[in-house]
Design a protein around this ligand. Sequence first.
Ligand SMILES: NC(=O)c1ccc[n+]([C@@H]2O[C@H](COP(=O)([O-])OP(=O)(O)OC[C@H]3O[C@@H](n4cnc5c(N)ncnc54)[C@H](OP(=O)(O)O)[C@@H]3O)[C@@H](O)[C@H]2O)c1
Length: 327
Amino acid sequence: MRAVLIHEFGDPDNLAIAKIELPIPGPDEILVKVKATALNRADILQRRGFYPPPPGSSSILGLEIAGYVEQIGKRVENWKTGDRVFGLLAGGGYAEFATIHKDIAMAIPDELSFNEAAAIPEVFLTAFQALSYLAKLQKGEQILIHAGASGVGTAAIQLSKIIGASSIIVTASKGKHTICEKLGANITIDYKTLNFETEINGITEGKGVDVIIDFLAAPYFQKNLNSMNFDGRMIMLALMGGATADQVDLKNILSKRIRVIGSTLRARSENYKIKLTQDFKDFALKRFVTGELQPVIDKVYHWEDVIDAHRYMESNQNIGKIILNIS
Ligand SMILES: NC(=O)c1ccc[n+]([C@@H]2O[C@H](COP(=O)([O-])OP(=O)(O)OC[C@H]3O[C@@H](n4cnc5c(N)ncnc54)[C@H](OP(=O)(O)O)[C@@H]3O)[C@@H](O)[C@H]2O)c1
C-alpha cells in the first residue's frame, strides 16, 4: 500500500508518499480502506521528532480515519467487509489502509460523509474525555475554553452547550470569533489584544470559572489559577506555550481547592479508549445525525498535497479540522 512517510524529522517538505507493507489486522482488529484522515497538532510534533508514537503503534502519522472495512480479524463479529467505519488510532492514518480495534471503530451514520466522520474522533473524544471524565462539567457551571477555534476547542464548545454550561467563554484570535459564537460560545475574548484574566474577573464578578480547558500551559498557568472559582478544575491538554512556568503563586490551588489535571489521549490504554468510545457513541452519535453536534471542517486536501496541509496548520489559520482525502 502507499502511505505518507517522514524521510527526516523537520519541516513539512520531509513528508512524501511511498510504498510500504500492508498492515495485517490482529484477531480483534479490522483492516480499513481509508477514505479520509485528518491532521492534528500531534502530527506536526511527531514530524519534527518530538512526539514518538506509543510503543507498539504504527510510526505512520494519522490519529483518525474514516473508510470501509476491508478485512476482519478472526475474533471480530461486530463488523463485515464493506461497513463504513471511523475511529481513533494511535498512528497509521495517513495511509491507504490502517488497522483499528473492533471496539474503537464506530459505524458512520448514513447522514455523514467520510470527510465529516474523519473530522470527529480525535477532537471530539478528547473534548468529551476532558469535559465528562476529567472536569466532570455540570449543568449551570461556567467554563473557559482556550484556543476556542481549534479542533478540540470547537468540539468542547458544542459539548459544553449540550451539557448545559451557563457560560461558555473562549479565547481565540478575532477573525475566529463568529464561528465560536455560532457553535455556542457566549463570550469570546481576543487574547491577542486583551488580558483574559482581567476579562474573566469582570465577567464572573471576581468569582472565576468552574472549568478551564487549557492548551497553552506555562504562559497561562498563573492567569488560569487566578481565573478559577472554588473547586475549579483546570484540564491541561497541551504545552503549546511551553512546559516551564516560573514564579507561580500556588496559593489559589490550596485556598480555592483547585484541581489541575493533565491528560494525553494517545497514550491511554486500549481498554480506556474502548470505554471512552462506547460512552461517546451513546452520548454523541445521534446528535451528529440531528445536527446538534457538527464536525467543523476548515479545508479538505488530497493527500498528495499533505505538505501544503501541514504548512496550513502550522500557520494557525484553521478553524476546526484539516482533512486529507486518500485515493
Ligand atoms: N491531550 C490530548 O489528549 C490532546 C488531544 C488532541 C489535541 N491535543 C492538543 O490540543 C491542541 C489543539 O489541537 P487542535 O488539533 O485542536 O489544534 P488546531 O485546530 O490546529 O488549533 C490550534 C489553535 O490554537 C490557537 N492558539 C494558539 N495560541 C493560542 C493562544 N495563546 N490562546 C488561544 N489560542 C491559541 C490558534 O488559533 P488562534 O488563531 O485563535 O490563535 C490555533 O489555530 C494541540 O496542542 C494538540 O496537540 C491534545
